[in-house]
Design a protein around this ligand. Structure first.
Ligand code: PMP
Length: 398
């Protein structure tokens, strides 16, 4: 048909391309550091004990599979809101926050983008340079012009704060600013508390619309500590969008569990926002799937399971920190002329390692070690069995 014959091949996803090349590699010693998933020390994606227990409880109920409400399971939305904003948050008490279950963090971002396109169609979106590669495409597909603000500074291996701050200061009122609430993907470089204070002030003063993406709560410094940025923005009093994801923190990638929260200035405004958000959901997929939401709601609302989850999440966080430390120490021993201490300062699953595209390619060709061309490595894919090979390969290409 002429309809189809004119269709061109879409560009390949660069990160999925790495996984394809990795899968085709016959070397028994191959290591994939290009992934965006947490692996345990055996190189496996874990199934958390708290999830197993919650699923056992749910199975016992043999509940009928009715539709969930458009905005998702009420118990889930409530538990998520308390996790994200804090149970004693004023925005919850004053009913100024609304939360809708979403199809993962990606679905939450898309709901927020579609909602904003209806009510702020003339605003432009600003994402960090660099950012999670889907941010741009998501907001562009919702109809926005997407710009970048300076973020990563390759010379300091940290945040170019003055550049970022100046960019926010120059944005027109009503601009939508996408910020990573913690554990910046892809760099691992986060802002300090003082820097956040300055960002919150400039966002508030200039009337910008903050959209916080929190895909890694609990992977940085802990569930509470990682949630601080969201809470501080909520206290600042302006409009606020928050997308969050449980893909990593519950190791529930394929169940697609996330949520979008919006903070308004009154309960009445919040109710109107929710009614409009429900229209966005209804016309996209009607209502979310129930299993993942039931599991997360059960864990969060059952004290023993919640404690277990917090322990298991702490286990993932600590293991990542140990791998960062081992990475730095082992490189110091093998390549003492090079400085990698910054890897300990980074947070979350990823590290901008500073490796160049050429070095990444050499590692792939010589040792079957796969990283992203930007030098991004997934620290959560390192383990006690593969780290020495990885270090040896890096030391050779430095
Ligand atoms: N935001 C960021 C920063 C992410 O890294 C990711 C996924 N890795 C997402 C959103 C999407 O999360 P999900 O997989 O739950 O859709």
């Amino acid at each position: 048909s002429p309809l189809f014959s004119a269709i061109e091949m879409a560009p390949r996803d660069p990160i999925l391309g790495i996984t394809e090349a990795f899968n085709a590699d016959q070397s028994p010693a191959k290591v994939n550091l290009g992934v965006g998933v947490y692996y345990d020390d055996n190189g496996k994606v874990p199934l958390l004990e708290c999830v197993k227990k919650a699923e056992a409880i749910l199975i016992e109920k043999y509940a009928p599979r009715t539709y969930l409400p458009i905005e998702g399971l009420a118990a889930y939305d409530k538990a998520v809101q308390e996790l994200v904003f804090g149970a004693d948050s004023a925005v919850i008490k004053e009913k100024r926050a609304i939360t809708a279950q979403a199809i993962g963090g990606t679905g939450a971002l898309k709901l927020g983008a579609d909602f904003l396109q209806r009510f702020a169609p003339d605003s432009e979106v600003w994402i960090s340079d660099p950012s999670w590669e889907n941010h741009r495409a998501l907001f562009e597909s919702a109809g926005f012009k997407v710009n970048t603000y300076p973020y990563y500074d390759a010379t300091t291996r940290g945040v170019n704060f003055s550049g970022m701050f100046a960019a926010l200061k120059a944005m027109p009122a009503g601009s939508i600013v996408l910020l990573h609430a913690c554990c910046h993907n892809p760099t691992g470089a986060d802002l300090t508390d003082d820097q956040w204070t300055k960002i919150i002030n400039v966002v508030t003063e200039r009337g910008l619309i903050p959209f916080l993406d929190m895909a890694y709560q609990g992977f940085g410094d802990g569930i509470e500590a990682d949630g601080q940025v969201v809470r501080r923005f909520a206290e600042a009093g302006g409009a606020l969008f928050v997308s969050n994801s449980f893909s990593k923190s519950f190791s529930l990638y394929g169940e697609r569990v996330g949520a979008l929260s919006i903070v308004a200035s009154s309960a009445d405004e919040a109710a109107r926002i929710m009614s409009q958000l429900k229209r966005v959901i209804r016309t996209n997929y009607s209502n979310p799937p129930s299993h993942g939401g039931q599991v997360v709601a059960t864990v969060l609302a059952t004290p023993e399971l919640r404690q277990l989850w917090e322990e298991e999440l702490a286990g993932m966080r600590v293991r990542i920190r140990e791998m960062r430390q081992a990475f730095v120490e082992k490189l110091k021993a093998k390549a003492p002329a090079h400085q990698f201490d910054f890897v300990m300062q980074q947070r979350g699953m990823f590290s901008y390692s500073g490796l160049t595209k050429e070095q990444v390619q050499q590692m792939r060709e010589n040792n079957s070690i796969y990283a992203v061309d930007t030098g991004r490595i997934c620290v959560a894919a390192l383990n006690n069995k593969n780290i020495d090979q990885v270090i040896a390969s890096i030391a050779k290409v430095l």
